[in-house]
Design a protein around this ligand. Structure first.
Ligand code: ZN
Length: 276
């Protein structure tokens, strides 16, 4: 579930509480949670937290020691959480990594993820560059509009899967794709390459508005998303179509919100959302 807004909320809280703190200890409960770099884990002890960045739905912590920088990248994916000790976890057996900090506003960050394999990477700059290049397309919050238009124009296929294709546009998942498309008035099956210039401009603007507003609300807590401090995101209260099958269209067009037959998780209004 965590998508771009939730990952951004996580990155901001970590930055807020732990920038400049020293990593006093790193405990990894099982080696197979680390996708790459497991043998380098001892390096991280006594390194300082230099910066926290978000890439798509992942969060990268940059540590510095002896003029060397290495990264710890945590995938939030469908189920991952990074939590401070004050946040209560339902199934503590899924805490696979504990980072202990000294000199920060929090003493620990726990990586909680019920899916175990390869969800964290310990990499140097080259490894991080490779990681980003392999996994992430443009970022919806930093891509310029002409580049976004070009990306849409050259792709054949349906709009909703394109918005959710992480290697093309990184960070949007099912919830925000549904919400963005309803607000733009575009059908999930619209052909991306056939959209008019004006429609693409509007899509670009609405996409960013929705994501920014969701970040402002602390994200959406749908399937157990908690920020590091344990708070839930409030953007769920602003959802217009996601999970609203059978409810009247918020535009008061007289129709009810439906699900795509082929895709049970696509919600849309048959009247307000057009194919072009
Ligand atoms: Zn409608």
């Amino acid at each position: 579930m965590p998508e771009l807004p939730e990952a951004e909320v996580v990155a901001r809280q970590l930055r807020d509480k732990l920038l400049g703190a020293t990593l006093a200890g790193i405990w990894i409960g099982r080696a197979d949670i680390v996708r790459e770099g497991y043998p380098t884990r001892a390096w991280y002890e006594n390194a300082g937290l230099e910066s926290v960045s978000r890439y798509g739905k992942s969060v990268a912590l940059a540590f510095k020691k002896d003029n060397q920088v290495r990264y710890l990248v945590a995938e939030l994916g469908m189920t991952g959480l990074l939590l401070f000790p004050s946040a209560q976890v339902k199934h503590p057996q899924h805490v696979h990594v504990r980072l202990t900090f000294a000199g920060g506003g929090e003493t620990e960050v726990r990586y909680w993820n019920p899916r175990r394999f390869g969800r964290m990477s310990l990499v140097d700059q080259t490894g991080l560059d490779r990681y980003i290049e392999r996994r992430f397309g443009c970022d919806p919050l930093s891509v310029e509009q002409p580049e976004f238009s070009r990306i849409l124009k050259v792709r054949r296929g349906r709009l909703k899967p394109l918005l959710m294709h992480q290697q093309i546009i990184a960070g949007i998942g099912n919830i925000y794709a549904n919400e963005i498309l309803f607000r733009v008035g575009l059908h999930p099956n619209a052909q991306a390459s056939r959209l008019s210039h004006a429609k693409i401009e509007r899509l670009y603007r609405v996409m960013r508005e929705v994501l920014q507003e969701a970040i402002f609300c602390g994200g959406s807590s749908v399937k157990d998303f908690f920020a590091p401090d344990g708070t839930q995101g409030k953007y769920k209260q602003h959802h217009l179509v996601y999970g609203k099958e059978g409810e009247p269209c918020p535009n008061r067009c007289g129709k009810v919100i439906r699900r795509l037959q082929s895709e049970r998780s696509s919600f849309y209004c048959p009247t307000c959302q057009r194919s072009s």
